[in-house]
Ligand binder design. Structure first.
Ligand SMILES: Cc1cc2nc3c(=O)[nH]c(=O)nc-3n(C[C@H](O)[C@H](O)[C@H](O)COP(=O)(O)O)c2cc1C
Length: 334
């Protein structure tokens, strides 16, 4: 995996460093961190860019998930600007014809950070992706209602999959996709390349991937060693939710990413964690089924489980030098 640009500007502004640090805490598929950031000098503005060299070519050929990750990083930047006491001025996809330039964030009017935003700041550093069973059952209805409102505030929709029949139907679609990925050598190799001290540490995926109703990603090829009986997969599945958007273009993916991160931070501030089951959204025919059954008329962007669980260590992030460049370096087209 390569970083697109070298940094000729070794002393970035303090605000830019603060924003880059926050952005890089966002989740990304298998921790690929498909982004880099540019500052416009003297803390005038901050840019979020896609790093196409880090995309998953088999899992995410169209770059949908990488853009969702970019949207999540953008939401963190917005919250980090609020932490500094300014309103973020966000321009999404600001330059026509440059789809990799995901967003520009400027500093608007001064406004003190609210209590809710302060909780999100705390959650940025504490949120983790969970894999496997949750310690308890589903989330309370009122927390799920709040999470729905958080997604709605970003222009996305979060729907719960409540009845056991529908959870089983969704689990079937996840399982079908996961079986295909497991049987495909190219996919397995792409996944294996993401595991390591620089990506997703092996310790983060040591659990059997089939401990709950929704199959997990088999990062370490553990599934063929033994099978977990279906009756043992029901406990600890947690609340199952699907995030969707009205459209399915790049701007919608960025919207989905911001909604995802807003939901994850709101949940993390209340001790709830999420597990991701995006496999059926990577196979067009299965994504169409998820769409027809769970988000009719809309486009499914994420399949999630949420619940409560003991904290896990955070996978490492790339160092900020190399991640944060000066905008003039991009303009000169290095
Ligand atoms: C679009 C997207 C898709 C993801 N898909 C999966 C997945 O299928 N399985 C999984 O275990 N984690 C998935 N993740 C979570 C990442 O593995 C996780 O964010 C990354 O390892 C960094 O860890 P952290 O979230 O704990 O900081 C996904 C994240 C994003 C943003």
């Amino acid at each position: 995996m390569t970083t697109a640009y070298r940094n000729p500007y070794p002393n970035p502004g303090h605000a830019a460093l603060h924003l880059a640090r926050a952005a890089s805490l966002a989740p990304s598929p298998h921790n690929i961190q498909p982004w880099f950031f540019a500052e416009e000098g003297h803390d005038r503005g901050f840019e979020v860019h896609a790093d196409n060299g880090r995309r998953l070519l088999l899992t995410d050929p169209g770059g949908r998930q990488a853009a969702i990750a970019g949207g999540a990083a953008l939401f963190n930047v917005r919250i980090a600007v609020r932490q500094l006491g300014f309103r973020p001025v966000v321009n999404v996809l600001p330059v026509p014809g440059r789809p990799g330039f995901l967003a520009r964030v400027g500093f608007g009017a001064h406004a003190p950070v609210t209590r809710g935003e302060a909780r999100m700041v705390w959650a940025m550093g504490h949120r983790r992706t969970h894999r496997g069973r949750f310690a308890s059952g589903a989330l309370t209805e009122s927390l799920v209602d709040d999470l729905r409102a958080q997604a709605r505030a970003e222009g996305a929709e979060l729907r719960s999959v409540d009845s056991p029949d529908r959870v089983e139907l969704l689990a079937d679609l996840v399982g079908t996709a996961e079986d295909r990925h497991r049987a495909d050598r190219g996919h397995a190799a792409e996944l294996a390349r993401c595991v390591g001290p620089w990506g997703l540490p092996a310790e983060a995926c040591l659990g059997h991937p089939d401990l709950t109703l929704l199959a997990g990603r088999d990062y370490l090829g553990l599934a063929h060693r033994y099978t977990v009986p279906v009756r043992n997969r029901r406990a600890g599945t947690g609340s199952v939710l699907v995030l969707s958007t009205a459209g399915d273009g790049r701007a919608d993916w960025l919207r989905a990413g911001q909604a995802l991160q807003r939901v994850l931070l709101y949940a993390a501030a209340r001790d709830a964690v999420a597990a991701f089951h995006t496999q059926p959204l990577e196979v067009p025919a299965l994504r169409a089924e998820v769409r027809a059954w769970f988000t009719p008329g809309r486009f499914p962007q994420m399949v999630l489980r949420l619940g409560h669980a003991a904290p896990t260590p955070r996978p490492p992030r790339r160092p900020l030098d190399g991640l944060l460049v000066h905008e003039s370096a991009l303009a000169s087209g290095r």
